[in-house]
Ligand binder design. Structure first.
Ligand code: FAD
Ligand code: NAP
Length: 485
């Protein structure tokens, strides 16, 4: 394997993943240039609160980010100042009033600094924490804010990044390019909303403007005063928003919640103020009626909030210049990746932090330290054949188990196994003290993850999680205890 000299590193994104990456790369003391490009005005990523979510965009049933969040057209000559682009980049966040964290802070925070308080902190605590983390590690000197990476293309031995920043004085978009030896992608995956395809839904959205929305654009129950609301989805957003609406005292009751599967917080019957429905069979754009797959219907719904999650988006990845896509939306996974982190095509020039559905900030730390060690020349990845074999085995395993490639389970020890791989790969820093130590995950932290719960799990300890009464859903296999992450 060639060992090119990596001297300059671009990190895309200043959320928790970018914060962990900046600290890890700085600590190696091996790079002349580190820059963290962030399209927002401050670090914080997901945790920045936008009171105005902007009108719902990207509500295209069944469509993936390449359709919903396409690349901008890149100017032929750079630098240049142009009329500002009006295309949405989905840069506002989904944080809503009253949102608290759902992972105990002792294990959610990065290992070398704790949240100000916990265990389940309000949303401004992680935002402040990420900002502080850049400052306390003096990696704030790497930040290039208000700057969107619009294109990443391989040119000879380097990456060309095309960058765009709105100049508010001249009211123009300023475009320019910079070259880097290596790129770390840490751009998050909760920006572009996903809405499943349902018969009649597209026409319904046109027929009843504003009636259909997504949790990305939800801010407060107050915006739904006196309305009859249907929430779709039963993961973290679906559950939390249903609870908020039902307890708000302003929304018309019951709040309907359409569930595809049972979560571990569900009891045998819906909580007060909530009525459960199965999945939607069709929308009738003529009458406004919503039909469910048990034959029932609702005729008077005022607002439908899709809490059906997000898809990662990489509009800046230039597939033509880079010989193929970064992400496969059919398989829902990174292309040519190893250990959810490394690129098998550009082992020392490209890395991705933050894609798996797993314990969040901590995993970013293991990924970032492993990448920093690799790019600084201190480590070798396994052979190309071994990495390919890992990818094939992983795809087969996840296919067999009916889960996505980057969903890493907790209960069967898979998360620990993955952390252990990254931990052992990174190893100790040099004797001179260069590099960060991958953190231990103590018994106390693991205990908190297993036992300190934001929501009670009915029957927990008696082996009967959420055994609901509705036959359509069946009892099914119990979800992993980290399913909601
Ligand atoms: C509503 C909600 C609640 C959540 N609650 C929890 C929780 O309680 N506990 C938990 O552990 N996790 C939670 N998460 C998951 C959360 O996303 C992670 O905790 C974590 O913040 C993700 O960090 P990240 O750095 O990977 O991504 P992000 O926080 O999304 O940061 C990515 C950054 O990249 C920037 N960016 C993107 N594209 C570009 C570009 N082209 N150019 C420049 N900058 C770019 C973005 O502006 C953003 O600042 C929640 C997520 C959501 C949506
Ligand atoms: N801190 C908090 O309290 C909090 C609050 C909100 C969100 N979050 C975080 O935000 C992130 C995203 O969570 P999320 O709940 O928005 O998304 P999500 O976890 O991806 O959940 C998507 C939901 O949509 C359902 N769904 C998907 N496709 C469907 C279809 N075709 N028909 C019917 N239902 C469908 C899923 O059902 P299945 O379950 O059957 O797959 C699931 O309930 C997570 O990291 C989460 O932890 C945290």
């Amino acid at each position: 394997m060639s060992r090119p000299n990596v001297k300059s590193v671009a990190i895309i994104g200043a959320g928790a993943a970018g914060a962990a990456a900046a600290a890890a790369f700085d600590a190696e003391d091996a790079f002349d240039v580190i820059q963290v490009f962030e399209r927002r005005e401050t670090p914080g990523g997901t945790w920045i609160y936008d009171p105005d979510p902007a009108p719902p965009a990207g509500l295209k049933p069944g469509k993936n980010p390449p359709d919903v969040d396409p690349p901008l057209s890149i100017p032929r000559t750079l630098p240049v100042a142009l009329v500002p682009s009006e295309q949405t980049r989905f840069d506002r966040t989904p944080i809503y009033d009253g949102l608290t964290t759902n992972v105990p802070e002792i294990i959610m925070s990065l290992s070398d600094e704790r949240f100000a308080y916990g265990p389940f902190a309000p949303h401004w605590v992680p935002k402040q924490y990420i900002q502080n983390y850049f400052t306390s590690h003096r990696t704030d000197r790497f930040l290039v804010l208000n700057t969107t990476v619009e294109d990443v293309s391989r040119h000879a031995d380097s990456w060309k990044l095309t960058l765009r920043r709105y100049d508010a004085v001249r009211k123009v978009d300023v475009w320019w390019a910079e070259h880097f030896d290596a790129v770390v992608i840490a751009n998050g995956h909760y920006s572009v909303p996903y809405i499943p395809p349902v018969p009649g839904l597209e026409a319904y959205i046109r027929a009843f403007p504003g009636r259909i929305t997504h949790s990305k654009f939800y801010r407060s129950a107050a915006h739904h005063a006196n309305l009859k609301v249907l929430v779709i989805g039963n993961s973290a957003s679906g559950h939390d928003i249903t609870q908020q609406l039902a307890h708000s005292g302003v929304v018309s009751l019951p709040v309907y919640q359409s569930r595809r599967s049972r979560n571990r917080w569900d009891g045998t019957s819906p909580p007060a103020g909530v009525a459960w429905k199965p999945i939607i069979a069709s929308f009738d754009p003529t009458t406004g009626t919503i039909h469910f797959n048990d034959g029932s219907a609702l005729t008077d719904i005022d607002a439908v909030i899709y809490c059906t999650g997000y898809k990662p988006s990489f509009p800046f990845w230039n597939s033509a210049a880079n010989g193929g896509p970064l992400y496969d939306y059919k398989e829902n996974r990174l292309v040519d990746s190893f250990q959810h982190t490394f690129s098998t095509r550009w082992p020392r020039q490209l890395g991705v932090v933050g894609i798996p559905r797993v314990l969040t900030f901590r995993s970013f730390e293991y990924q970032a330290i492993a990448l920093a060690r690799l790019f600084s020349g201190g480590k070798e990845l396994p052979s190309a054949a071994a990495m390919r074999e890992w990818e094939v085995q992983r795809a087969e395993k996840c296919g067999r188990e009916g889960r996505t490639f980057h969903t890493i389970l907790w209960d069967d020890g898979e998360t620990m196994e993955w952390f252990r791989w990254l931990y052992e790969f990174a190893g100790l820093p040099g004797l001179e003290g260069r590099g960060r130590c991958p953190p231990v995950l103590t018994r106390e932290q693991r205990w908190a993850y297993d036992h300190v719960r934001k929501y009670p799990e009915p029957g927990r300890g008696e082996g009967q999680y959420g055994c609901g009464e509705e036959g359509a859903m069946g009892r099914g296999k119990e979800k992993d205890s980290a399913w909601f992450i």
